[in-house]
Ligand binder design. Sequence first.
Ligand code: SAM
Ligand code: SF4
Length: 347
Amino acid sequence: MVELVDRLATQHSLSDVELRELLKVALSDSTVLQLLRDNAVRTAREQFGLGIYIRGLIELSSYCRCDCLYCGLRRSNRSAERYRLTHDEVMECCKEGYRLGFRTFVLQGGEDGTHTDKWLTELVSAMRREYPDVAITLSLGERGEDSFQRLYEAGANRYLLRHEAANEALYESLHPAGRGLRHRLDCLESLKRIGYQTGMGMMIGVKGQTIDHIVEDLQLIARMRPEMVGIGPFLPHRATPLGDEPAGDLRMVLATVAIVRLMLPKALIPSTTALASLSPTGRLEGILSGANVVMPNLSPSDIRAKYAIYENKASWGKEAAEGLSALEAELQTIGYHIDYARGDFNL
Ligand code: SAM
Ligand code: SF4
């Protein structure tokens, strides 16, 4: 195992069989998991030092036309509370975020049919005019290539679109009413072609996922070389078909994050809200597995509870934009600090 970790750290790739072996052993042998994480942390420090980038997350809408089996915002969830932010509310969030020191805003939301190109390009253009020095990240699901193009021209720089599952059968089982894996991957290719810094990723521990599926995810990520990779545990939401399923395994999430860091040393990898929601130490453990970004919640406080993709989602305290001093204090306990730079991907 020492040789495998060493080779992953120096050559940034392993075969399917080797990755499977490494994941399996890391799950049961804490020495191997620690070795993997130590290498990932060393690699991240070489790239980013002890600074952690912050992104202000604005949850644009809880309306969604999709029906992903795992998500509390799915259209079939009749008990979900729905809201959508107005243009002015988003601009208020940006004002507050900019004042707090954020230089990246992430607009994330369900696939809301009222988010036409016109509405979104007006919003992105206004953000770009008002804050020329920020990075604007979108995470609004699948759209047409011309729509991605218009939003890019309006001023968006980055797009997060997790591929969710590289294995077609697993992808289909989680999105039986979706547009299919090929369409998701086509969107990712369009985004790259247009010039977005692009983010992929998946949940760990979602129903039906095996270690072999995670290996497929890792190899897809290695082939597509996204600038950002988001990985977190699956967390159940009672009002979904997967509501009785167990949450993803913390060790498996940490091992996967560490492997991605070693495969793509320069990638921007968040220590996800899901990881912070799974365990009180999750955020720090993610960083101590090679993550270098956190995404505090910048949404208006009265709607945060309504953006319930899973239950008990952390959106207060260190996960909140207004809690940056608490986040800074927490990072300092492991020798890190907030890096207020915009934090683009650098070749
Ligand atoms: N609608 C857009 C999309 O799906 O790409 C963006 C918003 S969606 C809520 C963002 C991410 O949340 C998804 O890519 C998915 O991986 C994650 N997610 C959804 N339900 C989850 C759950 N129950 N546990 C953990 N993560 C979840
Ligand atoms: Fe909608 Fe995204 Fe949730 Fe799927 S994961 S139901 S696309 S918000």
